[in-house]
Design a protein around this ligand. Sequence first.
Ligand code: ZN
Length: 135
Amino acid sequence: MFKNASNDYWENTWRQELATQSTMKYLQVQHPVVDNPHNLWKSIRPRQHQVQRAEIKAWLITGTFILQSNAMKYNKSDVSATCKLCGVNDETREHLLGRCSALSQLREENFTRLRAITCISDDNKLQPSHKTLIC
Ligand SMILES: [Zn+2]
């Protein structure tokens, strides 16, 4: 009974956070939320470099990774919002993950690997799940 009440509490707390926090926009909360680590953490081995990579991914997913565009908001005179990798656009999460030309080759390599195991179209969009069986 206590476990059910505890699970219900955390389930409701997560739902409220998802509905109200903009940083939760890209976070897929899995169910049940208790005793079920996020796939991000399940997908790694307990090796230092893998944990560090997963930590960065978690920061990016939750919008808590400090990007140039974030740093610029707090230090306008000292920090440029421009991406340090390409030097062309502002470094936002969307730019870094989806548009930065300096990362295009790496991104394409990863999408190629993902296409081999999932259903991602040539324009890098995940196919609807109902098409999963036919792609
Ligand atoms: Zn860039």
